[in-house]
Write a protein of this length. Structure first.
Ligand SMILES: CCCCCCCCCCCCCC(=O)SCCNC(=O)CCNC(=O)[C@H](O)C(C)(C)COP(=O)(O)OP(=O)(O)OC[C@H]1O[C@@H](n2cnc3c(N)ncnc32)[C@H](O)[C@@H]1OP(=O)(O)O
Length: 179
């Protein structure tokens, strides 16, 4: 049996992260496009992914979107290292989680990651600028199916990481209730 080489696949999707045939096309909520301040009420500026002053955080900057496709960037710093001189895989997965979550946000609901699948395609040296892209591939009930990739050095740079995910819509209380 031939084992597929993940580096040669163009999508990391499994059955669990592939929208079902009756999934709806994603629709961006114009309010979500405009009302960016609301996410600050939920996440504040303490988010490891995008908090602008979180020590050793990813400090991802969101650079724009077209429909549900969102774009962002971050730089791999020494504190993100796993193997010597290279980004830790968990850091790259966190970066994908953040940009996938940004595209889910644009749908207008409040979403959390239910499942995140990641293919690590090539090593990412410390100091790299990683360009992130994510999009919604379908919506089914409370589930938003997402996928994206991270490229080294520029939007057309080599793909380093690919991810697919299912985000689940939750009520505001998910974030505010005491636990
Ligand atoms: C641009 C402007 C800026 C915007 C910035 C925003 C950026 C934000 C960036 C942030 C980025 C970081 C983001 C983060 O880091 S979010 C933090 C990480 N995630 C979590 O903490 C989530 C923890 N889990 C839960 O709270 C619950 O398990 C949830 C809420 C997910 C579901 O529990 P709940 O009891 O509510 O729902 P349910 O169990 O009835 O399931 C409902 C449906 O969902 C399906 N399902 C459930 N789990 C999975 C799964 N694992 N794979 C596939 N499917 C799954 C399930 O089959 C069912 O489908 P169906 O039977 O209806 O068909």
């Amino acid at each position: 049996m031939t084992v597929p080489n993940p580096a040669r696949r163009t999508s990391p999707r499994s059955d669990l992260t592939t929208p079902p045939p009756d999934a709806a096309e994603p629709r961006v909520d114009p309010k979500a496009e405009l009302d960016f301040s609301e996410i600050g009420d939920v996440l504040g500026n303490a988010c490891f992914g995008c908090g602008p002053e979180v020590p050793h955080g990813l400090r991802i900057t969101r650079t724009g979107h077209e429909g549900s496709t969102s774009y962002g960037e971050f730089t791999v710093i020494p504190e993100h290292q796993g193997a010597p001189g290279l980004a830790h895989g968990g850091i790259l997965a966190a970066a994908m989680d953040e940009i996938l979550g940004t595209s889910a946000w644009l749908l207008g609901g409040r979403y959390v990651t239910g499942r995140l699948e990641t293919d690590f395609v090539r090593p990412v040296p410390v100091g790299s600028r990683v360009h992130l892209t994510a999009r919604c591939t379908g919506v089914h009930g409370r589930k938003a199916y997402m996928e994206g990739e991270g490229r080294i050095g520029g939007p057309d740079g080599p793909v380093a990481v690919r991810a697919a995910a299912v985000f689940i819509e939750v009520p505001l209380e998910h974030f505010t209730e005491e636990r």
